[in-house]
Unconditional design. Sequence first.
Length: 196
Amino acid sequence: MERAAPGIASFFSGLREDGNHAVLDLGPAAEAHLRIYGAFAHQIRFAELVPRTPRGAALTSALQALPPNPHHPYDLVLGWNILDRLGPEERLLLVERLDALTAPGARLYIVVDASGDRLVQPLHFKLLTTDRVAQRAVGPLEPTQGQLLPAQVERLLAPFEVLHAFTLRLGLREYVAVKGGDVTPHRPTHGSGRTA
């Protein structure tokens, strides 16, 4: 299914295509993503943690294997729907690791299932442009790890501050957050997105 992605549009909004960024994509490597990120970044890393997310000790090892870059910490992070795949403690581990790998001002994109269903399908996301995404199911329905409400997401993502949230008709909610610190983020705003 192809859809509009107002969260992705917000994530890339205002970025200069000057190759000065470092991208961390928690999904698998994809030629389409390389093409899009290449306009903005000189460094791109694919972590392959979604849609088949490791759990427990395997997740801890995978997170620790993501190398920091002291010369240019990641400033663009796409987490896709990884929070839906993790339990409460694992979510905290993920955010702690992302905090360690990023500098103040880093942008984070996350999508969360907002349908309230007890079963969800693992999804694979493919960027088509900087405002459109294709998504497809890649496995059978699985029990949710607990629905994340907007206030829970905002608390969980700290020190990233949610700037924009878009609720889509597909039962998804996109979040764009910016890491606080030396760079002061804009005041949070929330919007409602519509699928195409």
